[in-house]
Design a protein around this ligand. Structure first.
Ligand SMILES: [Zn+2]
Length: 393
């Protein structure tokens, strides 16, 4: 590639549609040089194209961008470096296993050709919540540096140990990753992973998306705002949740150590989308997650387009458990996301012989939000949760 200054524009020569990163490697390339090589200059208000003539047909094309609209900053996360206009895949070293194996977290950096904000997105903080990685794969297949204004940092698997074990918590330290942020440099394995990600990637972001799901138990697709209404970043986090546009929002201060608290504490609006709940992958939840991330990218001018957001979204502030007094098998009479009246029958409990022993009713008005994966319960067990009180955005 040749990059050069000409009047107030940068020239970038594409070879076979591949853009090499070298804004530092400007070449003096004036109009007479262009004329000598018989380039045709074609300028419009946004982009300017120089079309090659016959001589250069095998070399590609030249695209001309206004200089003020060019990103000139490298994107650096640990030893992974993306020059402007490039996408780079690599790993962040975060520790060592007993056998000497390096613990490495996969990272993808897309450094847009145009300047803009930085979005950090991560998945599999809980090792059995897999929908998020499919969302990241789909987003990476749609975003190219040539059409990105800003930077995207994607971490497909945060909790590598828990992921290998197909469980929520890391088997190395038996800690929940989403209670570890912003991490500790001298902490347990999970705390060290959180620390490295927070210091080397998250701290440099303008927005943050931490993709989760309700583990393997069925749950509606929702987005969580975890800072509490008095937090300085609450309005920005709620705006991010709203533009994600999945239709349901839990606006409730969460436990200490969640990324959706630690990042807003340093001024980075952050959301925790909960993409349903299932073993393996759920295509419908993944689709909603992809649309949500694209909505965020569009809203904050990373990419062109208009966000696709529902006219009305449901907001709740807490969950109330639905308790069965009898032990037995659960026959649900209501569906997830259904609006429940107080005392509305939710399920019948049948004993082991099939006789109905209890009709469990909604403890209060709200949205039927989640229920356990298995249809059996011991007396005093939780057979579901209701989101309440209900308001709308
Ligand atoms: Zn989770």
């Amino acid at each position: 590639m040749v990059v050069c200054e000409f009047t107030n524009y940068l020239f970038i020569l594409f070879h076979f549609n591949y853009i090499l990163p070298c804004p530092e490697e400007y070449v003096n390339f004036d109009k007479s040089t262009l004329d000598k090589h018989d380039f045709h200059l074609d300028i419009n208000s946004e982009f300017c194209y120089i079309k090659r003539n016959e001589i250069f047909r095998n070399k590609g094309i030249i695209t001309l961008y206004p200089m003020h609209n060019m990103n000139s900053h490298k994107l650096v996360v640990g030893s992974v470096v993306a020059e402007p206009g490039t996408q780079v895949e690599g790993h962040l070293s975060v520790g060592i296993l007993p056998d000497g194996t390096q613990i490495r977290i996969p990272i993808v950096l897309i450094n847009g050709i145009h300047p803009g904000k930085t979005l950090y997105i991560q998945a599999i903080s809980d090792g059995n919540e897999l929908n998020g990685i499919a969302v990241i794969h789909e987003i990476l297949s749609k975003i190219v540096p040539e059409k990105l204004s800003g930077r995207l940092i994607a971490v497909p698997i945060v909790n590598v140990h828990a992921f290998h074990a197909k469980q929520a918590y890391s088997p190395v330290d038996n800690v929940k990753m989403n209670r570890c942020f912003p991490g500790r440099s001298d902490g347990t394995s999970s705390e060290r992973i959180a620390y490295q990600l927070f210091e080397k990637a998250i701290r440099n972001a303008d927005y943050c998306i931490d993709l989760h799901q309700g583990g393997v138990q069925p749950m509606i697709d929702e987005v969580r705002v975890r800072v509490g209404t008095k937090h300085k970043c609450h309005t920005a986090c709620l705006a991010l949740a709203q533009i994600f546009g999945i239709g349901y929002i839990l606006d409730q201060k969460g436990p200490k150590g969640q990324l959706a608290q630690a990042a807003p504490d340093i001024g980075i609006p952050t959301i925790d989308p909960e993409l349903g709940g299932t073993h393996g992958w759920d295509a419908n939840s993944i689709k909603k997650g992809v649309r949500g991330v694209l909505n965020v990218l569009k809203q904050y001018q990373f990419i062109e387009g208009v966000p696709d957001v529902p006219d009305q979204q449901t907001v709740v502030n807490k969950f109330v458990p639905i308790i069965s007094n009898k032990g037995g098998f659960i026959y649900y009479k209501a569906n997830l996301s259904e609006r429940l009246e107080a005392r509305q029958p939710i399920a019948e409990i049948r004993d082991v012989f099939g006789h109905v022993t209890e009709v469990v009713r909604s403890p209060e008005e709200g949205i039927f939000w989640s229920h356990p994966i298995y249809p059996m319960v011991a007396s005093g067990g939780v057979i579901g949760k209701i989101g309440t009180p209900v308001s709308y955005l």
